[in-house]
Ligand binder design. Structure first.
Ligand SMILES: [Zn+2]
Length: 283
């Protein structure tokens, strides 16, 4: 169904150090707009943030895959609701943030940990993405990032438990990854995010072009994900708070609210919360 967005990563990529097979990374749509990402080598599989087991079991069965590993980024139910059923079927290792109480997690992780998924030849670094929730973590391997609800294409997650500072720090840490990093976000929010991004930066040509591409994909009901870091740096206002043109345009209109990159980020996040209404000021 989503074949043009299945990415076959070959031996040529640095991912495949210990594995001669190629990896497929596939989005399983769930609920309204979630994606559950599955990585497999034709035999073994890993799933990220299974909010439900339904489509996952179907996919694994259809492709004759054995689920060995689950990665969880944070405690919200639309990312964890399938753990129980999948554990019953497959008894996988379930990694998740140590800081959050999540039933079914077998291995608690803290930022700085490294995990080896031997059957897929993958090694993930665990990143501190607290902000959306307090214990939120991300999983990065060369050329891939599973970021949960921290970054979306052309947008970012809501700050439910953390502070703007934490979310800003998490997003800035993503900016230090290689430009060709593919980013596997967990929600199809791209079109809506682009509307906001265009309100922030109406003259951003890369963004205008991206909007057209995304509209075509969505007309065909295709995912807009994964995205990549190079693209996000050119279209995502939450990664562009260091851009002088963006800063100058908004700081001149809202000088009280915006003095530096963090206050610009905080302003944008607050504005997005009420969009399409104009930013509510006085704070
Ligand atoms: Zn969430």
């Amino acid at each position: 169904m989503f074949s043009i967005h299945d990415f076959i990563l070959t031996e040529n990529t640095s991912l495949m150090a210990n594995n001669s097979a190629s990896l497929r990374i596939h989005p399983i749509p769930a609920f309204q707009d979630n994606y559950i990402w599955v990585i497999d080598n034709g035999q073994h599989a890993l799933v990220v943030d299974p909010g439900t087991a339904e489509g996952v079991v179907q996919y694994l069965t259809q492709h004759h895959l054995i689920l060995t590993t689950i990665l969880i980024t944070h405690h919200h139910n639309d990312h964890t609701g399938g753990i129980d059923a999948l554990t019953e079927y497959y008894n996988p290792v379930v990694y998740g943030p140590l800081k959050e109480e999540i039933a079914g997690v077998t291995h608690g992780l803290v930022p700085g940990d490294v995990i080896d998924i031997n059957d897929l030849g993958l090694h993930f670094a665990v990143l501190d993405f607290s902000g959306h929730t307090l214990g939120h973590i991300g999983y990065s391997a060369p050329t891939m990032l599973f970021c949960g609800d921290t970054l979306f294409s052309a947008g970012c997650g809501r700050i439910f438990e953390g502070t703007p500072e934490r979310m800003f720090k998490a997003l800035n840490s993503i900016k230090t990854l290689p430009l060709n990093t593919r980013i596997y976000c967990t929600h199809e929010y791209t079109q809506n995010n682009i509307e906001f991004a265009l309100a922030v930066e109406p003259h951003n040509i890369a963004l205008q072009q991206y909007a057209k591409r995304v509209n075509l994909l969505r007309q065909k009901h295709l995912p807009t994900l994964p995205t990549n870091l190079e693209l996000e740096l050119s279209v995502n206002p939450f990664l562009r708070t260091d851009q002088a043109t963006l800063m100058e345009a908004l700081a001149s209109q809202y000088p009280k609210a915006i003095q530096d990159a963090l206050s610009l980020f905080t302003f944008l996040r607050a504005w997005k919360n009420v969009f399409p209404h104009p930013p509510s000021l006085g704070h």
